[in-house]
Design a protein around this ligand. Sequence first.
Ligand code: WT7
Length: 632
Amino acid sequence: MSQKIQTLSGYFHEYQKSIHQPEQFWSRIANSFHWKKPWDKVLSWDFKGPDIKWFENAKLNLTENIFERHLFTHSEKTAIIWEPNDPNEAERKISYRELFELTCQFSNALEAEGVQKGDRVIIYMPMIPEAAIAMLACARIGAVHSVVFAGFSSNALADRIEDCKAKMVLTSDGNFRGAKDIEVKAVVDQALESTNCVEKVIVCKRTETPVDMKAGRDLWWHEVIEGKATSHTAAILDAEDLLFILYTSGSTGKPKGVVHTTAGYMVYTHYSFTNVFQYEQNDVYWCTADVGWITGHSYIVYGPLLAGATTVMFEGVPTYPNPGRFWEIVDKYKVNQFYTAPTAIRALQAYGLEPLEGYSLDSLKVIGSVGEPINEEAWHWYHDHIGKGKCPLVDTWWQTETGGIMISPLAGITPNKPAHASLPLPGVQPIIVDTDGNELKGNNVEGNLCIKYPWPSMLRTTYGDHKRCKETYFSTYPGLYFTGDGAKRDHDGYLRILGRVDDVINVSGHRMGTAEVENAINEHPKVIESAVVGYPHDIKGQGIYAYVICDMEGRTEEGLIEEIKDTVRKIIGPIAKPDEVQIVPGLPKTRSGKIMRRILRKVASNDISNLGDTSTLLNPEVVDQIIEGAKH
Ligand code: WT7
C-alpha cells in the first residue's frame, strides 16, 4: 500500500494536502480498503452537536479488511504471537488463517446464543488470544463490544454493564498475572447480582480455577464453539455503525462510554499504525498494553491486524519472574517495534542495567511511548539502553477519545526531540489556545490543546448521553474539540504535552477522575468529606493523594487509612487505590464553598514555598494544619 510516508519532506507534503483537501486526502487513503458499497460523502461535520460522519452511507465489515482482503497474500503469516505469563508455559502462534477461522467460529457461537447486530457485549478477560477473538467476532457480526479491564472491581464492572445495557458478558475463569492468580468469573458473578440486562455469560478456561456456573446463564467457551462452522458471512455494516464503547474517566461523575464507529476507526488506526511505526511486512511488532485500554484496541488488535502485521500479545507483567522479562521476549521473538508506557520504563530503570545483561535487543528498529508525558530522564534511558541510541523513539500522544495516535514523530522520519510528541499526523489539526479560547499562533507558546478539525477515528458520542459528550469536549471552547491537556509549541514548532489541566490524574498511564476516587472514598461510613489530587510520583508519573475528613470515633488513624484505601480498591479497583491518605480537620474552601485544590496539590507535591494568597479562604487556619500533617 502506498500510504506510507518515507521522508520528512514527504510528511510535510502529505500534511499540507491533508489540511487543504482533507476529503480528497482521506478518500485516497480509504480507497485501498474493501468496501461493500462506497461512500456518498467523505465527511460531514458540526462540532456544535457534535455531529460527525465519515464515509457516509458506505457499507463494509472491518474484519473483512483484516481477513478476506489479505487471505490470498498472507494466510500462513503469524497474526498473533501470544506469550504467557509464565515463561515455562508454551507460547501460541496463530496464523491469519487460524485467526480467521477462530473468529468465524466464535461469531457463529455468538449468533447461536442470541447476540444480534447492535447488541452490547462486555468483554472482561485476561490477555489471552480469546480476548482479541471476542472483539473480532463482535465486529464480524455487528455487535458492539465494550472491553472492561480485568483489574476493575465488580462494582465498576456492574456500572459499565448497566450503562450500556449489555446482553452478554465474555469472561474467563481466572487470570495469571505475575505471581498472582486473580479471580475473574467470580467478579462477574458479583457484578451480575446488581444488574439484570445480561442474559448469558461465556467463560473461557484459562487458569482452571473452580467457578460457579449458573444454569441457564453461564456457558463454557469451548462448549459453545463445539461443532460451529469455521466460516461465517460477515454482517454488512454502515460506516457509522458502532464498533465499540470504551469507558474512560473524566473530571466529573462516573466513567463515560466513549463511542467509536466502524469505518473511520478502521481507516485511521491502520494509517497511523503503518506510518508511526513504519511497519514493514516481515516485522514483529509488540505493544505491551492491555486490551482493556484504548492502546490495546487500536495498537494490539485493530491497527496491526488491519495492516497484516504480526502482533505480540503478552499476558504477564514487566517484572515477573524478573525485571528482564520484556527483554527476554524481545529477543525471543526478534521484536522490531516495541511500544510501552513511561511508567514501565521508569519501573525497569529503577532496577539498573543488570536485568539487560544477556539480551542483545538487536532486532529492535523502533521504540515507542504512550499514555503519559515521558520525562527526559526516562526518555534517555529508554533511547540509550533499549534503543541502543539507534532506534527512533516515537512519543505518541493521543486519547481514548481520539481513537488513534494524533501527535507523534514518524519513526526514522521526524527528527527526535526528547519528551516531545513533536508533530501532528496528517489530517490532525491541533491548536493551542489561551483560557479564553484565543488561538496562540506561532512558536514559543503554551496553553490548552484543542483540535479544530475532525479526524476519522474521533469519538462520535458518549454512550447514551450525547449532551455529556458535548459538554465535556465541545463546550469549553465552542467550535473546538478540547483535549483536557496542556501543551507547548517550542521554538522549532514541536509540540510538548504538559499533562492534564482538568481534574483528571494519570496514574501509571491510567486515567483516573479525582471526583470518581472521592465518591468511592465517601462510601466509607466514617468519611465526612474528601478531596483527591495528583502529585508527582517517581514511577507512576502521578500518585493519588487523598485528604479526608473523618469521624474518628472508635477508630485509630492508621486503621481508618487502611480501611479507606480498601474501600477504593473494592469500589473501583486496585489501580485507583490512593497512595497517600491524610486525615485532616478540614479542607481549604473559598467563601463560595469551593475546595481550593491548588493548595492541596501544592501540599501533596511538597511544594509549599509559594501557596499564594490564602487569606480569602473561609478557613485559612486549616492550611497550616494540613501542612503539618502532610505525608511527605
Ligand atoms: C491522556 C489520555 C492514548 C493511550 C493511552 C492513554 C495522556 C497519552 C501521552 C503522551 C503525554 C500523554 C494525556 C491524555 N497521554 N499519551 N505521549 N504524552 N501525555 O489513554 O487513558 O485516554 O488518556 O493520557 O494526558 O489526555 P487515555
